[in-house]
Design a protein around this ligand. Structure first.
Ligand code: 2NE
Length: 272
């Protein structure tokens, strides 16, 4: 039961399940196997920003329209010398910004994959926190075949997920993998019959939503911290500050400043 109110978008559908805490973002270019163009990425970023800002949303689902494809990567018809051409014919690789946004957004994001997750579309599911795959899902990188590559998250996160040897296999040979092969490789969390895909994904969302939002938030940043380097530490550190602001000790400093007195931290323990 999704309330589809995403009328202002062209390339995506953005919907929220009222009272459920779930937002669903759907890439809506099925005639191109949900390949993305710069416009698609701009809209995805707007929708993810909205879901981030909406305190009623606790989990976000990313998916593709129809059952043929989750996403087939960058729209090859728009490839230029410097990325993918936007309306002004300027090349963009703004999918890289979207990947960072997904990694740093402090709420779980679940890729719900039916059909093909290929190229840049495959990287998108990898940067999501969890992947629920339908039994018709197919996973692969085509970069070296079509004259492209993702040497950022598309390589490093893959190597983390499935191991350095398997990652080399996937990138060097550009093979496609079935859903059950992907599950064995640790590329997805579970595989379900296509007709149960959304039901199962919503079940996973509800299980997450029963748990502590603060714990989930800190854990997402903690699980990304090593791989994301300084940016990962900043995210994790930001969560420490956020929690500290809620303590009496944190407030003593602020109150003392506002009351123009010396702060008194003497009653706060120096824990072992
Ligand atoms: C995805 C796949 C395997 C599906 O095959 P199939 O047989 O189910 O469909 P078909 O007939 O190939 O595709 C249906 C229509 O969608 C278009 C096709 O050209 C076709 O159009 P019409 O002939 O009906 O007019 N279409 C599909 N994917 C497209 C794409 N990515 N760009 C533009 N049009 C596309 C099969 O379609 C396939 O292999 N697609 C290409 C996958 C691919 O190579 N993606 C790019 C990888 S590079 C990348 O994404 C990237 C990166 O490496 C670094 C940074 C950013 C992006």
């Amino acid at each position: 039961a999704f309330d589809d109110s995403g009328k202002k978008f062209i390339d995506i559908i953005y919907a929220k399940a009222v009272g459920e805490g779930i937002a669903k973002i759907t890439i809506n270019r099925p005639e191109r196997r949900n390949a993305f163009r710069p416009q698609t990425i701009k809209e995805l970023m707007r929708a993810f920003n909205d879901a981030r800002d909406d305190a009623a949303v606790g989990v976000i689902i990313l998916t593709g329209k129809g059952t043929d494809a989750f996403c087939s990567g960058g729209d090859q018809a728009l490839r230029t010398k410097d990325g993918y051409a936007d309306d002004a014919d300027i090349g963009r690789l703004n999918v890289l910004d979207l990947q960072i946004q997904i990694r740093r957004l402090p709420k779980p994001i679940i890729a719900m994959v039916a059909g093909y997750a290929i190229g840049g579309g495959h990287v998108l599911h990898m940067v999501c926190d969890l992947t629920i795959a339908a039994d018709n899902a197919v996973f692969g990188q085509t970069g070296p075949k079509v004259g492209s590559f993702d040497a950022g998250y598309g390589s490093s996160i893959m190597s983390r997920l499935i191991g350095p040897k398997k990652a080399r296999e996937m990138w060097f040979l550009t093979r496609f993998y079935t859903a059950s092969e992907a599950e064995k490789m640790g590329l997805v969390n579970t595989v379900v019959p296509l007709e149960n895909l959304e039901k199962e994904t919503v079940k996973w969302c509800r299980e997450i939503l029963r748990n502590s939002p603060a714990a989930i938030r800190v854990l997402k940043s903690a699980l990304n911290a090593v791989d994301d380097g300084h940016a990962g530490l900043q995210e994790l550190g930001g969560n420490a500050t956020l929690l500290f602001y809620g303590t009496e000790e944190g407030n003593e400093g602020k109150n003392a400043y506002l009351q123009r007195r010396r702060p008194d931290f003497s009653k706060f323990p120096r824990r072992p």
